[in-house]
Design a protein around this ligand. Structure first.
Ligand code: JF5
Length: 234
């Protein structure tokens, strides 16, 4: 998969060289490109923002540098990427969207700052490529970079060959998180730590009882923390 990231703070993407995503890049499974939006400005101050039409506080990202960087990265005659635009006004990002994006050959991230990107950038891009405006959650970040990092990590670990242990993926999709239930609590050695015992059923060797206990715990935790997930899910 090819992944391009456009930003005015490219240093945010340094951590992508670490850990699992870093290995996916060094092994060639992921081809990562990071691009400074200011390289597509033409004025002395490399201006990327301007005041909002209609008034209001803050600044808006000018459309021209975005148009130029997309023209440079996406030739008119070739394949097109899925354009991902992180924004609190986007569709809520979730595991099923990560799975869809993991099927793409090419993702292009547009990381906005200030009050966002001139709305015509997304509108124009939709005439050339698939566009996904995605929200990580109901809170405001200073820019799209941190959201892009999270989305890249959620997507790259789903690319075949990236995760060391595909069983972990199978287990995830089986019950927890995505399929409407939170994960049950997990424990490892020692069996007693600072006066706290591991639930004895987990030491019993009775797999049927272990499975029942985990299901019950997952339901209890989901009911407490995410009752919205319990309303319908299977
Ligand atoms: C951003 C305009 C982008 O704050 C976010 C965000 C929150 N959830 N998902 C993304 O992105 C930064 C802020 C304002 C555009």
């Amino acid at each position: 998969m090819r992944i391009d990231l456009v930003s005015i703070f490219c240093d945010y993407f340094a951590p992508l060289q670490l850990s699992l995503v870093g290995k996916a890049i060094s092994s060639g499974l992921v081809d990562l490109g990071v691009h400074d939006l200011r390289d597509w400005t033409h004025d002395r101050h490399r201006t990327v923002d301007d005041t909002p039409y209609g008034g209001g506080a803050g600044m808006v990202m000018k459309p021209e540098p975005w148009g130029e960087v997309f023209d440079a990265l996406v030739p008119a005659d070739g394949p097109t990427p899925v354009l991902v635009i992180p924004t609190p006004a986007g569709e809520p990002f979730r595991q099923s969207i990560a799975a869809e994006l993991a099927e793409a050959d090419w993702l292009l991230f547009a990381c906005g700052r200030y009050e966002g990107i001139d709305a015509r950038v997304s509108e124009h891009a939709r005439t050339k490529m698939q566009v996904r405006e995605l929200s990580l959650g109901d809170y405001v970040l200073n820019g799209g970079e941190v959201a892009a990092l999270a989305i890249v990590e959620a997507v790259v670990r789903l690319i075949p060959g990236v995760l060391g242990n595909p069983e972990s993926l199978a287990e995830e999709s089986h019950g927890s998180q995505l399929n409407g239930e939170l994960e049950y609590p997990v424990f490892t050695k020692p069996s007693t730590w600072r006066g706290l015992e591991v639930p004895p059923v987990l030491l019993s060797g009775n797999h049927g009882e272990v499975d029942r206990w985990r299901l019950e715990q997952a339901r209890r935790i989901t009911a407490e923390r995410r009752p919205d997930l319990l309303q319908f899910g299977e």
